[in-house]
Design a protein around this ligand. Structure first.
Ligand code: PHE
Length: 454
């Protein structure tokens, strides 16, 4: 267990930021915003990230630090104390994290595919033609390719976790981070100089509330959970790593700010390119990121290198987020079965997740006939997991939080002795966490269900 093994304060931050920033921001967010009509949804999302998301993020971190265990064990302890089956919430969180890791691995496999395509493109005589022909067709038509790529991704993450070289990986990742940031800024600037900019700005920052529908609230809350890695007990596990002198509410706030900035930058990167296309349907497609970016790289001098570097960084970010998920899984397994070694726990987690990966990987081929509500398996998986189950698990976490810590404990962990504001903030936070967030989550789920049967 890595608890307390990090020396520098910076690396603790990196851990939480690294888990939050990933494919959720860069791949998922743009097409969810596209699907829900742009500006109004973006406003709703930002509001929810800083209310529902931030309040739960801080609660998870505080719960981890106080409990010094993963979510599974904390929920079991609460169950014993209260003599009620609260451990189901812990189990639900863990179950979701297993399936999310499987799903996340398939999408990471897509990134890996683009990365290899750009690599192959470098050795091609006519690079530009090659790059412009890179698309999703090969992936869409082959479940085996998707499964193979997802397996490579997962096995690599498993290897890093089992070998206990997570810290070394994170050091490499930290070194890559400035490159990623600079690359990201250059690409956003380039994308912004396309002549679609004014349309994009109108679409993103001129809210048209008539575009929202009954399911928008649920979509926004679901994405807040996903992008901040909430509801799965990840942040609980991280909270147990933080040192006692770290002010957790400030950590939570900074993580939310950084995550939101990255998400908005991703919109500014993707939409100017997407708007070049005539078809509106394209904005709402999960393939939005993959479809747009190569079109930008073709326009840039040395675009093939930019493309390669971009997908490399994106993949490393995905590896980093996946490692976090797997670490939390392994930590929870070890909490429960103390005799199991770290290697065995990792092997168990990797094989289990690999098995589930089959379902999203073959969604477009083997399981293509399996459609519910006119959606494919992978689309349903995304929707059920992220829009329904994660928020429900979030409700469970809130309950466990209030049951496991009394007011004095909560206050002690929240209030910063030096900061005057945190005293006042404490009451707001408890109110949002206890009433506002649960009410919105329940409302969101109800509205989505109504929309479904309507
Ligand atoms: N938050 C990550 C992202 O935005 C996804 C993730 C979810 C990672 C859950 C870990 C756990 O990409």
């Amino acid at each position: 267990m890595r608890r307390g093994s990090w020396a520098s304060r910076f690396s603790f931050y990196l851990l939480a930021v690294g888990s939050a920033c990933g494919l959720g921001n860069i791949w998922r967010f743009p097409h969810v915003v596209g699907e829900n009509g742009g500006g109004a949804f973006l406003l709703l999302y930002i509001f929810l990230a800083f209310t529902v998301g931030l309040s739960i993020l801080v609660a998870e971190l505080i719960m981890g630090r106080s409990g010094e265990h993963g979510i599974l064990k904390i929920s079991r302890l609460v169950s014993v104390q209260q003599k009620k089956p609260f451990y189901w919430f812990g189990r639900l969180s863990l179950l979701i994290s297993v399936v999310i890791l499987a799903y996340y691995s398939v999408i990471s496999g897509w990134v890996l595919h683009y990365l290899t395509q750009f690599l192959v493109g470098l050795f091609n005589e006519d690079r530009l033609t090659y790059i412009s022909s890179i698309d999703m067709t090969a992936l869409k038509n082959s479940g085996s390719l998707q499964f193979a790529l997802a397996s490579v991704h997962l096995l690599l993450c498993g290897l890093v976790v089992a070998r206990g070289v997570v810290e070394r990986f994170e050091k490499i990742f930290t070194r890559m981070l400035p490159i990623l940031v600079i690359l990201f800024i250059i690409l956003v600037m380039r994308s912004f100089s396309l002549d679609t900019t004014s349309d994009v700005l109108r679409f993103l920052f001129y809210p048209d509330f008539s575009k929202l529908n009954l399911s928008s609230l649920g979509r926004a809350i679901g994405h807040v959970f996903f992008t901040l890695s909430l509801g799965m007990g990840i942040m609980v596990t991280y909270g147990s790593y933080f040192k006692d002198n770290e002010h957790l509410p400030s950590v939570g706030f900074r993580v939310t700010v950084i995550d939101t900035i990255v998400s908005i930058m991703a919109l500014l990167l993707i939409f100017p390119i997407a708007f070049l296309s005539e078809s509106n349907h394209y904005f709402t497609d999960p393939a939005l990121l993959f479809g747009s970016l190569p079109r930008l790289f073709v326009k840039i001098p040395y675009g093939e290198f930019f493309g390669l570097l971009f997908f490399l960084c994106l993949w490393l970010a995905a590896v980093n987020a996946s490692i976090g998920l797997m670490e939390a899984l392994v930590a929870n397994l070890k909490d429960k079965y103390s005799k199991v070694s770290r290697n065995q726990a990792t092997l168990l987690a990797t094989i289990g997740v690999l098995f589930i990966t089959i379902i999203p990987a073959y969604s477009g081929t083997l399981f293509s006939k399996l459609k519910v509500f006119n959606q494919s398996v992978i689309e349903n998986l995304d929707s059920v997991l992220i829009n329904y189950l994660l928020p429900i698990a979030g409700l469970g976490l809130i309950i466990i939080f209030f049951k496991s810590l009394n007011d004095t404990d909560r206050r002690g962990k929240f209030i910063d002795a030096k900061g005057k504001n945190s005293q006042a903030m404490y009451h707001h936070w408890v109110w949002v966490l206890k009433w506002f967030s649960p009410a919105l989550i329940i409302l969101a789920i109800a509205l989505q269900l109504i929309n479904l049967i309507k």
